[in-house]
Write a protein of this length. Sequence first.
Length: 332
Amino acid sequence: MPSLHPRAALFDATEADAAMLPVCDHYAGVEARMIRSLELQAEMGPVFDVTLDNEDGAPVGGEVEQAHRIVGLLAGGLNRHDRVGVRLLPATHPQFEAVATIVLRSPRAPAYLMLPKPQGLAEVERAAQAVDALGGAAVPLHALIETHGALREVFAIAAHPRIESLSFGLMDFVSAHRGAIPHGAMSAAGQFEHPLVVRAKLEIAAACHAHAKVPSHSVVTEFKDEKAVQAAAEAACRRLGYTRMWSIHPAQIRPIVDAFAPTTAEVDQAIEIITAAQAADWAPIRHHHRGQEQLHDRASYRYFWRVIERAHRTSFHGGPHLPAELRQAWFP
């Protein structure tokens, strides 16, 4: 088998180095729920991230105490996969620097830091400079796009070298329209129907893909309705181009991972094409699929390799598995 790895053959340096994050980002802020989330991650494996919430998860006035709780969990034995991030306070909050200082002094660094409610690129830059000055230059930054200013500058924010992922903040975005968008647009189904909400989602996804960043989809508040969660996750993944989604309840994690996992048939087809392409030193090939002969080259190889990467990221949960020899060759 040729030694050239698919990433090296198919992508330039920027795309090859792009982050491959778990497809689910699970948020928790109450101490008991933070502990339960880490226990579940230890059980299921790094198929989802846990974000410990120092913003909405902290009582008003109790942000510093929450930061100390979070550091205890970051450094504790339940953080087995180093896939635990922290949502900080907005950069304009008077306790932003105090909380960031506590978190960044943790004996075990967070996997990423989420920046909520930036009003635009300047605020993202301000937060990034503060984090870097506090010793967090090696910690990736994620940002929530939930204000008019951030959406207006979303391509510039996605281009920022410190940004790894952008998330859509559905509820704050709807609320920012002062009642002009109906409450139903916050629901599992309604958020895929209102034009202003769909426009925002598409802008975020397009900006992320333009700059090799990870677009993360918004929440579903009907946390006990697994069918609604599954349908929203499938729409985010299949229709809007998102590669990651928020969970706000443990019952949402499995439906989200299932929805973002490729089907067995998709994985089988991708493996056939990529192994044939690798054997041909990445020259064009002919491939038979459903009774038709198709021509594939590096343009379509890039798509099928992404299917394989997505299968790898979701297989811990029980999704389609790659053969052991290919997993060892491609994801050692």
